[in-house]
Design a protein around this ligand. Structure first.
Ligand code: GDP
Ligand code: MG
Length: 440
């Protein structure tokens, strides 16, 4: 790990352009972070390709190291793709502004109707909600309750008329809004658990009947990798002018946002962040970018890696490994670097996807570091360079000198031999086989 991090993050230079090796390691981390955030693979590939291109053209900054610079470029690009400046609701020149909501069942449409109404009422508008979801038994009542909470008007079909026609309800609702001079109409529609043709046709018919100024596609941020297929289906079936991401109060990283932008090109207008009507805000591309990237984590990681690992030393050790001259001295230096990192485990925890590795490292005993250090320090310089000369009497002397048993000295020598072997594998481009650790 130390080698990998040092290689990818610590090649500091002061002028010229970022080189492919500066960029690749960081882009690899970014790719991982995006996939962890559930961004669709195609979108990730596309995005990382663009980042790489832009980073290759970038001048080396004097205040940021290459890794930080790449992260900064990534952040800028993410913000740009997510919409740059936030887009506001399009209000009709002649009221009423008609807003139609579409999306799967449970996405949060009905809740959003209330949130949007409350938000618009707060800006001095006079919204009315229209209950065109006649699919679920409770849908109409739910919208009435939400309207009551938001303190706005609602148009609902008379109960007991059998299965009503949602297209007619939507049309009548808009007509009523017009006659009563509401300046915004929000039409709630039915969803299904999955995308289906009937749902799309119904939504599409409603759209044709009421000619909305905005069709907002409402989607649950927790939906993860399904976001792309769902968004595509709604774009083809109904088409929409904007997106609302809901349930951003959950722990989803929100990769859905980037996927939907990437695939549909439609702007995200609002974010819904809880069950209460107040949990609602205009969408902020910069906040979303940080959330997707988990920028805090990545930046901290880079800083700590920088502090803890001495680049020159790492290069020298790598060379030693390659030329088969890895010594106990090098081993000691590596150990000391790892210890310098202090909360090494915590640092690993911040590496996206390093859970497996962290489990392997959790077996490490900090006290063991200290004993190992003491043993090596009790050796003569020649012994450290040529471990082969460590016979029984030398080992006994070293054990006494460092206050451990001969068995412990023997164990260290075994570990050193293993480490030397493992490092040779790494240095030659392979990966050591640590259980639970995927390719990084
Ligand atoms: P619809 O089927 O699309 O109309 O979805 P609903 O508005 O009925 O919402 C489905 C469920 O999700 C309800 O239990 C809501 O309270 C909940 N919900 C909606 N928006 C959010 C949100 O932003 N955060 C959380 N935590 N729950 C939400
Ligand atoms: Mg609903």
């Amino acid at each position: 790990l130390s080698t990998r991090l040092t290689d990818s993050l610590a090649k500091l230079r002061t002028k010229g352009r970022l080189t492919p090796s500066d960029i690749d390691g960081t882009v690899r981390e970014i790719r991982r972070a995006l996939l962890d955030a559930d961004v669709a693979l195609d979108v990730v590939k596309d995005f990382c390709g663009r980042i790489r291109e832009r980073a290759l053209g970038a001048e080396v900054s004097s205040s940021l190291n290459p890794a930080q610079q790449v992260v900064q470029i990534v952040n800028e690009e993410l913000v740009a793709i997510l919409g740059g400046e936030q887009r506001r609701l399009e209000l009709a020149k002649t009221p009423p502004t008609i807003i139609m909501l579409a999306g799967l069942q449970g996405a949060g449409k009905t809740t959003l109707a209330g949130k949007l109404a409350l938000h618009l009422a707060g800006e001095g508008h006079t919204p009315i909600l229209v209950a065109a979801d006649l699919q679920r038994p409770n849908a109409v009542t739910q919208l009435e309750v939400v309207a009551g909470q938001a303190g706005v008007a609602v148009y609902a079909p008379e109960p007991g008329n059998g299965v009503g026609d949602p297209v007619k309800v939507a049309r009548d609702g808009v007509a009523l809004a017009r006659s009563r001079q509401h300046d915004v109409v929000i039409v709630d529609t039915a969803g299904r658990l999955g995308v289906d043709a009937e749902l799309m046709q119904q939504a599409s018919r409603i759209r044709k009947a009421i000619q909305p100024d905005e069709v907002l596609f409402v989607i649950d941020a927790m939906i993860g990798q399904d976001a792309v297929a769902t968004a595509k289906a709604f774009q083809e079936g109904v088409d929409f002018t904007g997106v609302v991401l809901t349930k951003l109060d959950g722990d989803a990283r929100g990769g859905a946002a980037l996927s939907i932008r990437g695939v549909t090109g439609r702007p995200i207008l609002f974010a819904s962040t809880g069950e209460r009507l107040e949990d609602f805000e205009p969408f902020h591309p910069d906040r979303m970018a940080s959330r997707i990237l988990d920028l805090g984590d990545i930046l901290t990681l880079i800083e700590q890696a920088q502090k803890s690992f001495d680049e020159e030393e790492a290069r020298r050790v790598t060379e030693a490994m390659l030329t088969d001259s890895f010594t106990l001295e090098d081993f000691l230096k590596q150990l000391q670097q790892v210890r310098k990192a202090g909360n090494f485990k915590q640092m690993l925890g911040m590496l996206p996807g390093a859970k497996g590795l962290r489990e392997a490292i959790d077996g490490f005993d900090e006290g063991e570091f200290a004993r190992t250090e003491a043993i090596i320090l009790s050796m003569t310089p020649r012994e450290r360079k040529q471990s082969k000369i460590l016979n029984g009497s030398r080992r006994l002397r070293i054990a006494r000198g460092s206050g451990v048993t001969v068995t412990e000295v023997n164990q260290l020598m075994q570990r050193f031999d293993q480490a030397a072997k493992m490092m040779k594998t790494v240095a030659k481009g392979g990966m050591p086989n640590i259980p639970g650790m995927g390719p990084m």
